[in-house]
Design a protein around this ligand. Sequence first.
Ligand SMILES: Cc1cc2nc3c(=O)[nH]c(=O)nc-3n(C[C@H](O)[C@H](O)[C@H](O)COP(=O)(O)OP(=O)(O)OC[C@H]3O[C@@H](n4cnc5c(N)ncnc54)[C@H](O)[C@@H]3O)c2cc1C
Length: 402
Amino acid sequence: VVPQGGNTGLSGGAVPDASGRELVLALDRMTTIRDIDPVGLTVTAEAGAILQTVRDAAATHGRDLPISLAPQGSVTIGGLVATNAGGLDVLRHGMTRDLTLGLEVVLPDGTVVDGLRALRKDNAGYDWKQLFIGSEGTLGVVTAAVLRLVPRPRHETTALLGVASVEDSLRLFARAQDAIGDALSGFELVGRSAMELVARHSGLEPPIRASAWYLLVQARSALPGLREAALALLENAFNDGIAIDGVVAESSDQATRLWALRERVTESEAAEGPSVKHDVSLPLRAFPAFLAEAEEALASASPGARSVVFGHLGDGNIHYNVLLGRGDEPRHAEILNRTIHDLVVRHGGSISAEHGLGQYRVAEWRRLASAAEVALCARIKSCLDPEFRLNPGKVLPQPERD
Ligand SMILES: Cc1cc2nc3c(=O)[nH]c(=O)nc-3n(C[C@H](O)[C@H](O)[C@H](O)COP(=O)(O)OP(=O)(O)OC[C@H]3O[C@@H](n4cnc5c(N)ncnc54)[C@H](O)[C@@H]3O)c2cc1C
């Protein structure tokens, strides 16, 4: 049984195999928003409810569910929980796990477990819901969730900056933390090649001088003064030679246009051709060395290949994707995959930051994770789903069928 929400996942987790022995369990008719508590700041929604719909419903109470993903008109609450999705608000509000207070789950043996408690403090028994968050439909079917809401920020500002190096990007991040403090809600990185693809396929150009790296900095707060703080940050960064160019949005329309430069990267990359994707996280200080070594490795493994680098730098998560060169064969993709993942592990990172293992990264995780970690996960799976009824072959390799 393969649970499926909006089918926007990027690791093939909701896609059945071609054996003819798998059923897709679509949750798309369970769409009720059962409760919104604007004072207790919670929403209780069924698994098939669409993220955008839930956010719109919360907005009518002056509240927000702070999860922003490009495909939020298709993504479901069940899919968010099952993938522990990240997105553009992680810096401030954490991943879906940090927003999940309660779950209703159906176990592989049919038992319905109701843990839909809207409580911030609940230490009664093991916190079992954590097992299902990010388990990619392999341990149970999520049928409803209680998620935390936040007051809708009344003030928001967005800046786009150009910088010459990743080192300067990190310097700017430290300065933004000091200048903007808790209101800093997004710190996104887009490399020059990714920005060129957006220009070619989406017709959008950054309104600043061409740079090696672009940074989108966002601040949101109930209190005013954000634009002034962003302008001061920019001015100091120019004066100290950290930023090459930059602009602070003057209206929400302009902010939307700046964000489109970031949000259109994935579709522009797809329009350019097939790519080998890596969704990696690293300690922030490891990024300069990792990126330099990855470019070197890429040049020697496949001279015609081009990297497309972008992502949530403030969260330590980037997408290091590679467009293969003409004449590259499928084995090049495998070699590149291994090379990049080896580097990630050497620098203390993870090969799956926010997209999950699904079916595409199972073998690589098996290759790179410790035997003890894989064995522990296999014990959890066999405890809840000994017959591999739910999403077989995802996250953990499937035992041989007879
Ligand atoms: C353009 C684009 C941008 C994206 N950006 C981001 C991003 O910034 N951050 C991010 O984290 N992700 C991102 N994603 C990935 C994707 O949107 C998320 O993983 C999302 O959470 C998937 O939700 P879904 O409803 O589409 O789930 P699906 O794709 O249908 O399923 C995903 C996994 O969850 C399981 N599942 C689904 N519903 C249930 C359920 N009710 N119970 C149990 N298991 C279930 C499936 O079996 C599968 O393993 C992006 C995707 C696209 C196409």
